[in-house]
Design a protein around this ligand. Structure first.
Ligand code: CO
Length: 162
C-alpha cells in the first residue's frame, strides 16, 4: 500500500467524467487500498479516484461510524429522498467549506473489488459523503453547487473533508 498525492483544484482531472471500471483485478484492489490509506492519512471521510489523478469510477467512504470503510466501484444513486443542508469540505479544495443541499436519504448501488453488485441505504452525513464522492466522478466539485463558501484557513482542521 502507499499513500498517494491528492490533486488540488484546479487540476483538470477533477473536471473529467471518470471512466467505468471493467477489470476487477489486482490493480483495482491495490487502488482501493491506496485510496483508503490516503484518505485516512489526510483525515478525510471520503475519497474519489480522480482526487489521486485516476479518472475511474471508484470511491471510498468512512465517516467514522458503524458503517466502517465502504469501497464502491461504479456507484450509481438509485433513490433520493428528502433534503439536508450542511457543511462540506474537500481534500482537493483546502481552506474552503460551504453549505451544500443534498438528499437526506439515498440508495446507492455499486460493485465491490470482485465485481459483485451490492446496494446500501445511507442517511444523513453518510448519505452526504456518497453524494459528494459520486459528484467527483462526474467532474463536479462541492463549490459548484454550494449555497455559500467560507474560508477556514484560520481554523483548526476538523477532519471532515472529502
Ligand atoms: Co471532495
Amino acid at each position: 500500500m502507499s499513500i498517494r498525492i491528492i490533486v488540488k483544484d484546479p487540476d483538470p482531472v477533477l473536471r473529467e467524467v471518470a471512466k467505468e471500471v471493467t477489470k476487477f483485478n489486482s490493480n483495482l484492489k491495490k487502488l482501493l487500498k491506496d485510496m483508503a490509506e490516503t484518505m485516512y492519512d489526510a483525515e478525510g471521510v471520503g475519497l474519489a479516484a480522480p482526487q489521486i489523478g485516476i479518472s475511474k469510477r471508484v470511491i471510498v467512504v468512512d465517516v467514522g461510524d458503524e458503517n466502517g470503510l465502504v469501497e464502491m466501484v461504479n456507484p450509481v444513486i438509485l433513490e433520493r429522498e428528502g433534503e439536508q443542508i450542511g457543511p462540506e469540505g474537500c481534500l482537493s479544495i483546502p481552506n474552503l467549506n460551504g453549505e451544500v443541499l443534498r438528499a437526506d436519504r439515498i440508495v446507492v448501488q455499486g460493485q465491490n473489488s470482485d465485481g459483485e453488485t451490492f446496494q446500501l441505504e445511507a442517511t444523513g452525513f453518510f448519505a452526504r459523503a456518497f453524494q459528494h464522492e459520486i459528484d467527483h466522478l462526474n467532474g463536479v466539485l462541492f463549490t459548484d453547487i454550494a449555497l455559500n463558501t467560507y474560508d477556514i484557513s484560520d481554523r483548526v482542521k476538523k477532519g471532515g473533508e472529502q
